[in-house]
Design a protein around this ligand. Structure first.
Ligand code: NAP
Ligand code: MG
Length: 402
């Protein structure tokens, strides 16, 4: 059978530890036998980042802006222990942080639903995708302890020196105070990323803030979303048969719990931090979660939501058998290949991405899975497979479906 052809290369960002091992297996067993894979390869493994003074990370993000679609393996974020372990020149920054800052994006995370791995919330029949704003608020705050009686004000000094003041509180005794900010430009790009993603996956967008209490700050988020929706997206949403729904954050939480799922939940930075951990753990496992960074100008970077699975890697190095779940990394590849197929008008490549995902889901639903899922599945008599045997089981089903 002739291999499926690609026209534009994917940006391939290789990574570290157990996920680097899985990366190679996925290419060898699941992709290269079927697709004439074209990639522009960047090695973001920690050793190579160190050799290039981290220039490779910046180059890979630039390539993503140029080519439009990237697939990224999990990478080590250096800390003091890693500096010693790898003899690093310095404590390099998080590659994800560098890439996100350069692409200016929103991160979308969605659970991968399979029969036999049931969400704790029984009515969640479809995945809930969390879209987290990644700039500002309490993550870029300024705070002070107030030692005793006195006055605290907000002061804005304009470029021409004029001042605007707002009393925060007249303290009678000690307390605390905090200042937070956000930027119209960042909120606008967050809104556009959410609306573009919704059109892509044909799902409703829910957004919520506390605008009844925060009448200027949170209200600005509400207004910017609504203005951008009305001016740029309302007609396209109607055409796609999807909706934009705004409510208060406490109302949103209550409705989410009672919902059937199947929508995008856009969250302010703090809400997204808290709610993404709730949603992902309620759906079962971090290894059953897709993650994609979408920039406002339509650049996509696909990755797994988990890390490099260090503990399993050390077992692997000792020659012990591992059972590491490769589903999130497989779906990063299928997501990137599908997007490349869409952008380049390659229906066979899109169909291949669908088949690869289906073969993966079918394998688990047939009871063949890695240890993390075998421990929580509701299927009877699951078979726990090794890292390699799981990928080979998917490869067998994929070949049969081609
Ligand atoms: P981790 O790689 O997410 O793994 C933590 C634990 O979660 C594992 O020990 C394992 O539990 C379980 N787990 C995660 N992914 C799994 C999978 N695919 N299959 C089976 N079990 C899985 O986090 P970590 O070990 O704390 O961090 C390792 C490195 O990853 C760190 O250097 C960190 O900087 C990096 N990291 C990278 C990214 C990224 O690039 N996106 C994200 C997070 C962390 P058991 O050991 O109980 O089996
Ligand atoms: Mg968190």
């Amino acid at each position: 059978m002739a291999k499926i052809q690609m026209t534009t290369p994917l940006v391939e960002m290789d990574g570290d530890e157990m996920t680097r091992i899985i990366w190679q297996m996925i290419k060898d067993e699941l992709i290269c036998p079927f697709v004439d894979l074209k990639t522009e390869y960047y090695d973001l493994g920690l050793e190579h980042r160190n050799e290039t003074d981290d220039a490779v990370t910046v180059e890979s993000a630039e390539a993503t802006k140029r080519l439009g679609v990237a697939v990224k393996c999990a990478t080590i974020t250096a800390n003091a222990a890693r500096v010693e372990e790898y003899g690093l020149k310095q404590m390099w920054k998080s590659p994800n942080g560098t890439i996100r800052a350069m692409l200016d994006g929103t991160v979308f995370r969605a659970p991968i639903a399979v029969k036999g791995i049931e969400p704790c919330v029984r009515n969640w029949g479809m995945p809930i995708t969390l879209a987290r704003h990644a700039y500002g608020d309490v993550y870029k705050n300024a705070e002070m302890r107030i030692p005793g009686a006195g006055t605290v004000e907000l002061v804005y000094t304009a470029e021409d020196g004029t001042e605007q003041r707002e009393l925060i509180h007249r303290f009678d005794g000690p307390g605390v105070v905090q200042g937070v900010h956000n930027l119209d430009a960042s909120i606008e790009s967050f809104a556009r990323s959410c609306f573009n993603y919704a059109l892509d996956v044909k799902q409703d967008v829910w957004f919520a803030t506390k605008d009844t209490i925060s009448k200027k700050y949170d209200h600005r988020f509400k207004d910017i979303f609504q203005d951008i929706f009305d001016a740029e997206y309302r007609a396209r949403f109607e055409e796609a048969g999807i909706e934009y729904f705004y409510t208060l954050i406490d109302d949103a939480v209550a409705r989410v719990m009672k919902s059937k799922g199947g929508f995008i939940w856009a969250c302010k930075n703090y809400d997204g931090d808290v709610m993404s951990d709730m949603v992902s753990s309620a759906f079962g496992s971090l290894a059953m979660m897709t993650s994609v960074l979408v920039s406002p100008d339509g650049v996509y970077e696909y990755e797994a939501a988990h890390g490099t699975v260090q503990r399993h890697y050390y077992k692997h190095l000792k020659g012990e058998e591992t059972s590491t779940n490769s589903v999130a990394t497989i779906f990063a590849w299928s997501g990137a290949l599908r997007k490349r197929g869409e952008l380049d008008g390659l229906p066979e490549l899109k169909a291949f991405a669908d088949r690869l995902e289906q073969a993966t889901i079918d394998t688990i639903e047939a009871g063949e899975m890695t240890g993390d899922l075998a421990a929580i599945t509701t299927l009877e008599h699951p078979v726990k497979l090794s890292t390699r045997a799981f990928i080979e089981a998917i490869a067998g089903r994929l070949a049969a479906s081609m």
